[in-house]
Design a protein around this ligand. Sequence first.
Ligand SMILES: CC(C)(COP(=O)(O)OP(=O)(O)OC[C@H]1O[C@@H](n2cnc3c(N)ncnc32)[C@H](O)[C@@H]1OP(=O)(O)O)[C@@H](O)C(=O)NCCC(=O)NCCS
Length: 333
Amino acid sequence: MAKRHAGIVGLGTYLPSRILTNFDLEKMVSTSNQWILERTGIAERRIVDKETTSDLAAKAGLRALNDAKVKNKVRKKDVDLVIVATASPDMIFPSTACLAQEKLGLKNVPAFDILAACSGFSYGLVIAESLISSGIYRTILLIGAEAISRFVDWQDRSTCILFGDGAGAVVMQETEEGYGVLSSYLAADGGGKDLLKIPAGGAFKPASFDTVERRLHYIKMNGREVFKFAVQSIFDASVKALELAGLKVSDIDFFIPHQANKRIIDSVAKKLKIDSKKIICNIYNYGNTSTASIPLALEEIYRSGKLQRGDFILTVSFGGGLVWGANVIRWSY
Ligand SMILES: CC(C)(COP(=O)(O)OP(=O)(O)OC[C@H]1O[C@@H](n2cnc3c(N)ncnc32)[C@H](O)[C@@H]1OP(=O)(O)O)[C@@H](O)C(=O)NCCC(=O)NCCS
């Protein structure tokens, strides 16, 4: 039997309405708009108020399903599986995917989370693509959603300036040969586990007065080391995914890197020698939205009408774990 090919047939995103600017942060920690802009490229980010990760996931998921219905006649009842990639789940269990599944009214549809920090969407594309190409499922809703601000230490100026909330979702189905997810490369190195983590709240360090007092339920990061790792790993992953797809950097129409720091994006783009017009960067408005950053950036080119059937897209991400990965996608609608 010929191999099936899986691609995106619907796309939707959701952002909470509340905007937190660098000027707001100046009032919270010892920082400045100028420092944040120069060192990260971020001017503002969205922050949840009452909403939580599963709310954002369900809202982005619904928009992706509507898009899939209009563009590709996919019905809600076609959905066979819900996957939520998140680094900020509502709870350890039930999964955020189960909570979003209920909010979407997808009763009895299997649902699970994947935790690959900010690379969750890259990992999710591989899982969804494999399940469709193997014939196990026909229609998968893959969502990257984060209320990561709930895990940010608003007293730590080295991390609180970076992150923002949001969600992006794709509906995936079988597509024609030569379209959809053409290649993927994933990697991990647990040796870097201490560079970026939320130390407490799991089985290793359950919640206690001590963990709360020491602020161990918040994101802890070695920014300089993560920066170095990020540039090298996303360069390597990009090269490997391109090789697997049999493509050159110049064949790529859009380069969508995880939006963590504008300087990381610029360094990688320089190493890859990619035309700056092809780089999608929306970090100025949203900061680092972890698993949502790639679908949010993808949606910008999709809605603007720039993305055409047949375009080659290279997406690449990295995150705590350490994890990293890249996917080459050929747009199919
Ligand atoms: C966090 C990051 C922006 C810091 O930028 P940097 O240029 O590496 O800055 P450093 O950590 O070397 O700190 C330089 C100085 O700025 C200070 N500083 C840190 N945050 C600051 C802030 N928000 N405002 C003002 N000064 C700040 C530091 O205290 C340090 O001061 P010192 O020299 O007196 O010790 C950068 O390292 C980074 O983006 N790393 C990658 C993080 C990432 O991608 N994480 C997500 C992974 S998915």
